[in-house]
Write a protein that binds this ligand. Structure first.
Ligand code: COA
Length: 381
């Protein structure tokens, strides 16, 4: 048999990767989730201990999504569970995924994490053919950051002051490990001055647009129609272009969570729906949200409507929700959107070369962020 076929992908020197077994492993995960060092890494930015039943619900929800491997990490010496590792946000189309590993606090310092990282990266390279593996960390975690560098991860993004931990703000960092050479990208252009916004204007109402609630029954047909424009979709979203039905959008609108606020953008002149804008992941102590904006009616592109709506969304984010910062991602080929974001003072905080595959080429994406203090200074608030 060829040597590479005989290779054991799941067995290292100290640990093995085992299938995650909800009947027993959820209990261990619940126990570890009470430890802040573990829980904050595994269950996202908000530290919140989970019961076994809550972990089972998380696992059941995760299993409904697209395939993304989840492993329990077991020590070879006695097969006890010592941690958990997974790939998530796996895009088969672009050949990218995020990776995270969490080892129980009392099992750290014995080399288990390093052995497990070696196995997961070998799976990424030799089995899943991932071009880019991305890992997240907090700038305060020196040990983890050094560990990622040892495994050939390079820092590509540092979202300033995005994490609130123990009374201090830290940067949220993203690291990539790539199998293809990176493309040189143009330097960070300077920020242009932004038009001053009138503080006395009602919230969510600009000069050209107003941001309104979305009605699942009457507005889902607009979303379905805009989605049929593949150029719009490729500028707006990193999922492969696909056709969603009216019914899909109806359900999507009706099922918005407390962590999201979405708006329909209406042009004031004809009261016509022309696009959508939203804030995602707004809850939690970090007060950081991702924003998205898309003008679906293409005859309204480059006529000032997008800038007007974005200005209102930012005013709402900072003056009403009191967010500390907002973040966004934009494709390197979307130069119009980048121009608009820079106009509002967004700073380039990260560049991910080769993250997506479109039209036979690989493209990078750019992450940008804007702090409330920067927005206030630019707008005189
Ligand atoms: C990005 C988008 C929201 C911007 O809204 P818009 O109404 O088209 O933009 P505006 O008219 O307000 O502003 C466009 C600005 O970009 C400039 N611009 C236009 N085309 C450009 C291009 N190809 N490259 C660089 N700048 C460009 C315009 O000159 C104008 O600059 P100015 O405000 O300094 O005069 C809108 O075009 C859109 O929805 N596009 C498709 C979806 C999308 O890209 N969403 C963003 C995903 S990150």
């Amino acid at each position: 048999m060829e040597a590479f076929i005989a290779l054991s992908l799941y067995r290292g020197k100290l640990v093995r990767l085992a299938p995650f077994r909800p009947d027993t492993d959820c209990e261990a995960l619940s126990r570890w989730s009470h430890d802040v060092a573990f829980g904050a890494v595994w269950f996202g930015q908000r530290f919140e201990p989970k019961s076994t039943q809550q972990v089972q619900t998380w696992h059941a929800e995760r299993s409904k999504g697209p395939m993304a491997p989840l492993f329990s990490i077991r020590a070879l010496e006695d097969d006890r569970i010592i941690g958990i590792g997974e790939f998530y946000w796996w895009s088969q189309v672009h050949g990218t995924a995020r990776l995270r590993i969490a080892i129980a606090s009392n099992e750290r310092g014995h080399g288990y994490g390093t052995d497990c990282m070696g196995l997961l990266l070998r799976l990424a390279d030799e089995e899943y053919n991932l071009v880019t593996v991305v890992a997240a960390s907090c700038s305060a975690d020196d040990r983890i950051n050094k560990w990622l560098q040892v495994h050939e991860f390079e820092l590509h993004e540092s979202r300033r002051e995005a994490i609130w931990r123990d009374g201090t703000r830290h940067d949220f960092q993203l690291w990539s490990r790539m199998k293809v050479p990176t493309t040189a990208l143009s330097p960070n252009p300077s920020v242009a001055p932004v038009a001053r916004l009138r503080p006395d204007r009602p919230l969510l109402r600009g000069e050209l647009t107003h941001l309104c609630a979305i009605n699942a029954d009457t507005d889902s047909s607009y979303f379905a129609r805009w989605n049929e424009d593949s150029e719009f979709y490729r500028l707006f979203d990193d999922e492969p272009a696909q056709l969603f039905t009216h019914a899909y959008f109806k359900e999507w609108i009706a099922n918005q969570t407390a962590n999201e606020i979405s708006f329909l953008i209406r042009a004031i002149d004809h009261d016509k729906p022309i696009g959508m804008a939203g804030l995602h992941l707004i809850a939690g102590p970090h007060r950081d949200a991702f924003i998205s904006i898309g003008i679906g009616e293409r005859e309204y592109w480059s006529r000032g409507y997008g800038s007007d709506a974005l200005g209102e969304l930012l005013r709402y984010s900072f003056c009403q929700l009191d967010l500390h910062r907002v973040s966004l991602g934009v494709f390197e080929y979307n130069t119009r959107a980048q121009h608009v974001y820079k106009k509002f003072g967004f700073v380039v905080e990260g560049r991910r070369p080769n993250i997506s595959r479109r039209g036979g080429k690989r493209w990078g994406s750019i992450t940008m962020g804007l702090l409330q203090s920067e927005w206030r200074a630019l707008n005189g608030y």
